[in-house]
Design a protein around this ligand. Structure first.
Ligand code: ISL
Ligand code: CA
Length: 539
C-alpha cells in the first residue's frame, strides 16, 4: 500500500484571510474551526496552515518571534489544540508551516545575539565583518536591497535573505539544528499531520561563496532532521524548493534518501516570466511549454520520488487568472484547471478560494497593498522611473495580495469574512463569487473539486497510475493515466477557441467528469468548446 498522502488532497489556508470570528478584521483559528464542516464537505485530507506562530507580522507570520506560541491575533494554544482535535474527528490532518531558514529579529534568540556579541546566541545567526567598509558580499535580499544589515552596536553585518526583520539562522551551528528539531517535536507531540517547509532549499547557504539555494550541506541537514523528527512518524513533509530540478527533487523525495515526502517546484508558475528577470516582467503563457514542463515532471518522478501538484498559493496570482480566463470563461476554465491538475499523479494542493474560482484584483492605488514584496518593489521601481500605472498593473498581475484578499463566504458585507473592516480589502466580485452561491449551485466549481477529490481517493489509477502525454494540438492538453488494465483519458482545451481533435482509437465514450455536460462524445471527431475539459474511463 502507498502512503496516506499519495491519495490525499491538501487544502492551504492563509489564516489571516480565511475567517474572522471576533470582529477585528483578521482571520483567526476559531474561524478555521467554524469552517471545518465546509472543508469536510469538500473532502480534503489535510489543511496546510500558513504560519500561525507568534510574529510581529513584517511578512505576515513568516517572521516568527516564538515558535511555541500562537499569534495573538489568531487566538490561543488551546484553540490550536482544539483545531487539531476537531479536524482529526473529521479525518482531516493539520500540516504546519515550518519557517526555519530565518526567524524574526524580535525572536529572543536574535535579541540576545544582537545585544551581546559574546552570547551563545550570537552564532545562531550569520554575522560578518564589513569588507572595505561595506557589505561583506553583493548578495541581494529577495525583497529588495542588500541581504546584509549593519549593526551599529557591534560593527558587524547580519545576513537576511528576506526582510531585515527576518535574520537568517546559521544552520552550520549544530545547536541551532537541535533547537529546530526540538521545536518540531513539540508540534509533533500535539498531533499534527506534517510540515510544509518554507524555503527549505536555502538553509544550506554559504554567503561568502554566494551560495544561497542548494548549498553543499542541505541534504545532510535534511537527513539529520528526518532522523531526529520524522523517522518514526507518518507525517507528510513538503519542501518549498524554488531551485529544484527533477534530479534534485528526487534527492529530496526518494524514500530511500530519508528526507521529505515531496517538494514544491515552481517551473510551471514561472513560464510567463523571462529567465533571469524579476517576476514582474511577464509574457503570455505558452500552452506548449506548460504541457512540456508538466510532462517532464510527471515522467521524471514516475519511478523515484513524488510530485506535488498546484496552480497557486499565497505568494502567487490566482489560478484562474494566471492559467485560465477570469472573464467570461471563468467557471469553465476554473473547472478545466481542476480537472487537468487533479487527475495527474502526485499530491494536489488547493489554495483557499480556488475551489470557488476566486480571481486576481485590479489594484488602483498602492495604498491598497499590504505585501512587503510588492511595496518594496513599488518604491524601488518608482525610483527607476516606472510610472504608477505600470507598477500597479504589474502588482495586479503578479503581486502576492491577489491571493491574500479575504475568503469570499457569502454576498453580505465584507463577503461574510468579518463583521469589521478586513485587514485587506475584499475583492469587488464577492457578490457573485462566494461559497454560499457555490454550494447552492450543483454545477459550481466547488462540486467539480469535490468530485475530483473523491475520485482520487477511490481510484488508484489516479493516485499512483502511469502518465503519458497524448500528442494532439498546441492548445489542447491530453493525457492518459493507466494502472492494472484501467485507463483514464483527460482532454482539455486551454484556449478560448474551439479546437477539433481526432482520437480515432477511442470512438464514442461518456465522460465521468466534464465542465460543460456529460453527454457521450465521439473521440474520433471531437470538437472542444472554449476551455472544455473531459475525462473518460477507457476500458
Ligand atoms: O513570492 C515570491 C515569488 O513569487 C517570493 O518572493 C517568495 O518570498 C518566495 O517564494 C519564498 O516564499 C516563502 O518564504 C518567504 C515568505 O514571504 C513567503 O510567503 C513564503 O511562501 C519568506 O519566509
Ligand atoms: Ca479575528
Amino acid at each position: 500500500m502507498g502512503k496516506w498522502w499519495q491519495s490525499a488532497v491538501i487544502y492551504q489556508i492563509y489564516p489571516r484571510s480565511f475567517k474572522d470570528t471576533n470582529g477585528d478584521g483578521i482571520g483567526d483559528l476559531a474561524g478555521i474551526i467554524s469552517k471545518l464542516d465546509y472543508l469536510e464537505k469538500l473532502g480534503v485530507t489535510a489543511l496546510w496552515l500558513c504560519p500561525v506562530y507568534r510574529s510581529p507580522n513584517d511578512d505576515n507570520g513568516y517572521d516568527i518571534s516564538d515558535y511555541r506560541q500562537i499569534m495573538q491575533e489568531f487566538g490561543t494554544m488551546a484553540e490550536m489544540e482544539a483545531l487539531i482535535k476537531q479536524a482529526k474527528q473529521r479525518g482531516i490532518k493539520i500540516v504546519m508551516d515550518l519557517v526555519v531558514n530565518h526567524t524574526s529579529d524580535e525572536h529572543q534568540w536574535f535579541i540576545e545575539a544582537k545585544n551581546d556579541p559574546k552570547s551563545k546566541y550570537r552564532d545562531y545567526y550569520i554575522w560578518r565583518d564589513p569588507k572595505a567598509g561595506k557589505e561583506p558580499t553583493e548578495l541581494k535580499s529577495v525583497f529588495g536591497g542588500s541581504a546584509w544589515e549593519y549593526d551599529e552596536q557591534s560593527g558587524q553585518y547580519y545576513f537576511h535573505q528576506f526582510s531585515r526583520k527576518q535574520p537568517d539562522l546559521n544552520w552550520e551551528n549544530p545547536v541551532v539544528r537541535k533547537e529546530v528539531y526540538e521545536m518540531m517535536n513539540f508540534w509533533v507531540a500535539k498531533g499534527i499531520g506534517g510540515f510544509r517547509m518554507d524555503v527549505i532549499d536555502l538553509i544550506g547557504k554559504v554567503p561568502e561563496k554566494n551560495i544561497t539555494s542548494n548549498g553543499p550541506k542541505l541534504h545532510e541537514y535534511l537527513k539529520e532532521m528526518h532522523q531526529n523528527v520524522l523517522a518514526e512518524t507518518k507525517l507528510v513533509t513538503v519542501g518549498e524548493t524554488w531551485g529544484a530540478t527533477p534530479d534534485i527533487a528526487k534527492l529530496y523525495s526518494d524514500p530511500k534518501q530519508k528526507e521529505l515526502s515531496m517538494v514544491f517546484q515552481f517551473e510551471h508558475v514561472q513560464l510567463d516570466q523571462f529567465p533571469n528577470r524579476p517576476k514582474w516582467f511577464t509574457r503570455p503563457l505558452s500552452v506548449v511549454k506548460l504541457k512540456e514542463v508538466i510532462t517532464k515532471w510527471q515522467v521524471e518522478l514516475a519511478d523515484v520520488g513524488w510530485n506535488s501538484l498546484f496552480w497557486n498559493n499565497h505568494d502567487l496570482p490566482r489560478a484562474v487568472s494566471a492559467f485560465g480566463d477570469d472573464g467570461i470563461y471563468r467557471v469553465q476554465s476554473a473547472k478545466m484547471l481542476a480537472i487537468v491538475l487533479h487527475l495527474l499523479r502526485g499530491t494536489p494542493y488547493i489554495y483557499q478560494g480556488e475551489e470557488i474560482g476566486m480571481t486576481n484584483l485590479k489594484f488602483t492605488d498602492i495604498a491598497q497593498i499590504d505585501d512587503i514584496e510588492s511595496k518594496n518593489m513599488y518604491q524601488e521601481y518608482k525610483a527607476k522611473g516606472y510610472s504608477n500605472e505600470e507598477l500597479l498593473q504589474m502588482i495586479s498581475h503578479k503581486g502576492r495580495d491577489n491571493a491574500r484578499t479575504p475568503m469570499q463566504w457569502d454576498a453580505t458585507k465584507n463577503a461574510g469574512f468579518s463583521s469589521a473592516k478586513p485587514w485587506l480589502a475584499v475583492a469587488p466580485n464577492y457578490q457573485t463569487i462566494n461559497v454560499k452561491a457555490a454550494l447552492a449551485d450543483k454545477d459550481s466549481i466547488f462540486y467539480t473539486y469535490q468530485k475530483l477529490i473523491a475520485y482520487r481517493k477511490s481510484h488508484e489509477v489516479i493516485s499512483i497510475g502511469d502518465y503519458s502525454l497524448l500528442e494532439t494540438k498546441a492548445e489542447v492538453f491530453a493525457y492518459v493515466r493507466s494502472y492494472e488494465g484501467q485507463s483514464v483519458l483527460v482532454i482539455a482545451n486551454f484556449s478560448k477557441n474551439v479546437q477539433k481533435v481526432a482520437l480515432p482509437k477511442y470512438q464514442i465514450q461518456t465522460p465521468f467528469i466534464a465542465n460543460y455536460d456529460n453527454s457521450p462524445r465521439d473521440l474520433a471527431q471531437l470538437e472542444l468548446r472554449p476551455y472544455e475539459a473531459l475525462a473518460f474511463e477507457i476500458t
